[in-house]
Design a protein around this ligand. Structure first.
Ligand SMILES: O=P(O)(O)OC[C@H]1O[C@H](O)[C@H](O)[C@@H](O)[C@@H]1O
Length: 559
């Protein structure tokens, strides 16, 4: 099928120029005057989907800038992009693939389609439903004690071995949902090829009670294969070779390689190449989530994702949560030049959410070449980082409040807690609102001086200390607030970010669905492994790399 001619950078130039001019105008970087000018700003610069509420009023986006941002989105043909994405067109043009992860959470008869490598389309919703039925049968049988360990007793633990998208999604979602829905089986995750990680897990886990999932889209990733073989030796060593077929399952698109690993076909849960790694938690890669939190929770999770898909696909840009979040992000990054994005989920159950978003955002949009083959005209992705609130307040938030660079923050909060100490949740929520308000309002020298005077400080102390206690304020944040965290609302939250990333990629004119940047390091590592054997030829490297390899070997007494 023919791919549409990519838009030239000139198509969005006028819209970008207008935004730059607005930001450069007097007051174009301030937020508090926007509230002073319009008592209804908070209402106008917020939007809802179901109980999920997005407030982006604490940004320096003026009403004119908002209009300009929609003009930018339309100049970049975001609406067309949404249609092409959902039509299963090969938006991943460097690999000629659809990005059809939406099919994984669609109803079986939704009719989403995806391009086939050999040409034509397949019914992606049907393919996904078929695999889901396979997963459900397995999960329910494990929970019912019908699929059991080699000794005939039930499994109590599941170990997911994978990395990148085959780890971050299931790990983050399992942590959240086992708290909310209870753990039917305890989930564990092994990603790092560092042998210490496996050593630690193998100390904690009983091989006789552990079901091992080898999760890899390609089934060739060095870390996962190394760890998979270590786990295979661990199970076979403890329980005998025959136990392997009872204790292993594979989650992959590569049936040939799973067969070579020795995993029987009915223990292989597949998905297709139209599912990118960072979008794969909705696929067979989510098996550990379903095993841990239960099949019904997994279905609710899919339903939440599906609901946000529907909102994104059918809502005008002006009320579309992922679009609004994307535009606020573009304003902060490209117009106000705030190069980072801090994710503060005030929810201990979302402790892994920033790590998950790092891959989703930075692997998707960390690109410099536009679809048209020329170089991007703007920064394409903020550096994403974060920690759960309130912990973050006691580590890096100093910089966010008083450092010279502005660091936009996404605050995330559930209104209701899942514990019986409402006062604790009120304290948590108060911290969200206080942080966001402090970032916005800051504290002037006059206010600090007054405060210090009242506290009885002398003139000299005030003069010396007060400037250090000034907060400039005018620091942007966005808040996502919803009723409670459960499988459904987590599904919505993830898809909010998925589609935000998609919209931003469309505006920058890049392919959000490939990741060639990861390849080079992977290839070089493969090439260096043999040269780290004692006395091996080191091959050709720069002086620093050769020096480090020699030092490594000599520190080990092998050089
Ligand atoms: O699932 P796998 O094929 O093992 O890939 C795991 C990860 O590998 C690389 O890092 C890719 O850039 C990621 O997108 C992917 O999630």
């Amino acid at each position: 099928m023919s791919e549409p001619t990519p838009l030239p950078a000139s198509a969005t130039k006028a819209a970008w120029d207008k935004l730059d001019a607005l930001a450069a105008a007097p007051g174009g970087r301030l937020i508090t005057p926007l509230f002073a000018a319009d008592p209804n700003r908070a209402e106008k610069f917020s939007a809802s989907f179901e109980d999920m509420f997005l407030d982006f009023s604490k940004t320096s986006i003026s009403p004119e800038a908002m209009t300009g941002l929609f003009e930018l989105a339309r100049a970049a043909k975001v609406e067309d992009f949404i249609v092409r994405l959902f039509a299963g067109e090969p938006v991943n043009m460097t690999e000629h693939r659809s990005a059809m992860h939406m099919a994984l959470r669609s109803l079986p008869d939704a009719g989403f389609r995806a391009v086939l490598p050999e040409g034509g389309f397949e019914d992606a919703s049907k393919v996904a439903a078929h695999e889901r039925a396979h997963m459900e049968k397995f999960v329910r049988a494990v929970h019912a004690g019908e699929i059991v360990a080699a000794d005939g007793k039930p499994f109590t633990d599941v170990l997911n071995i994978g990395i990148g998208g085959s780890d971050l999604g299931p790990r983050m979602v399992s942590l959240a949902l086992t708290f909310v829905h209870g753990a039917k089986i305890s989930p564990h995750f092994l990603s790092n090829v560092d042998g210490h990680a496996f050593a630690q897990l193998s100390r904690e886990l009983d091989p006789a009670r552990t079901l091992v999932l080898v999760a890899s889209k390609t089934f060739t990733t060095l870390e996962t294969m190394t760890n998979g073989h270590a786990a295979r030796d661990w199970i076979a060593g403890a329980l005998g070779e025959d136990a392997v077929s009872h204790h292993f399952a594979a989650l992959s698109t590569n049936m040939k390689e799973t067969g070579k690993f020795g995993i029987p076909e009915d223990r292989v849960f597949g998905f297709r190449d139209w599912v990118g790694g960072r979008y794969s938690v909705w696929s067979a890669i989510g098996l550990s989530v379903a095993l841990a939190a239960g099949w019904d929770a997994f279905e609710d999770f899919l339903a939440g994702g599906r609901a946000m898909d529907g909102h994104f696909r059918n809502t005008p840009l002006e009320q579309n949560l992922p679009v609004l979040m994307a535009l606020a992000g573009i304003w902060n990054l490209d117009v106000q030049h705030a190069a980072t994005l801090c994710i503060l989920a005030y929810d201990a159950r979302l402790a892994r959410f920033p790590a998950y978003l790092q891959q989703l955002e930075m692997e998707s949009n960390g690109k410099s070449t536009r679809l048209a083959g020329d170089q991007v005209t703007h920064q394409t992705c903020p550096v994403v980082f974060g920690e759960p609130g309130t912990d973050a307040q006691h580590s890096f938030m100093q910089l966010v409040h008083q450092g010279p660079a502005h660091v936009p923050v996404d605050f995330i909060l559930a209104a209701e807690a899942d514990h019986n100490r409402p006062e604790a949740h009120r304290i948590l929520a108060a911290n969200v609102f206080a942080q966001a308000e402090a970032l916005l309002a800051g504290k002037s020298l006059e206010e600090v001086t007054e405060e210090m005077k009242k506290a009885g400080a002398d003139e000299e102390t005030i003069k010396r200390v007060a400037p250090h206690r000034v907060f400039t304020g005018q620091r942007p944040s966005t808040t996502v607030l919803y009723k409670k965290l459960d499988a459904y609302s987590l599904g919505r939250l993830i898809v909010l970010y998925e589609h935000k990333v998609a919209v931003q990629g469309a505006i920058w004119g890049i392919n959000s669905y490939d990741q060639w940047g990861v390849e080079l390091g992977k290839k070089l590592a493969q090439a260096i492994i043999p040269s780290l054997e004692p006395k091996a030829d080191h091959g050709h490297h720069d002086g620093s790399t050769l020096g480090l390899m020699n030092k490594f070997l000599s520190l080990r007494g092998e050089g």
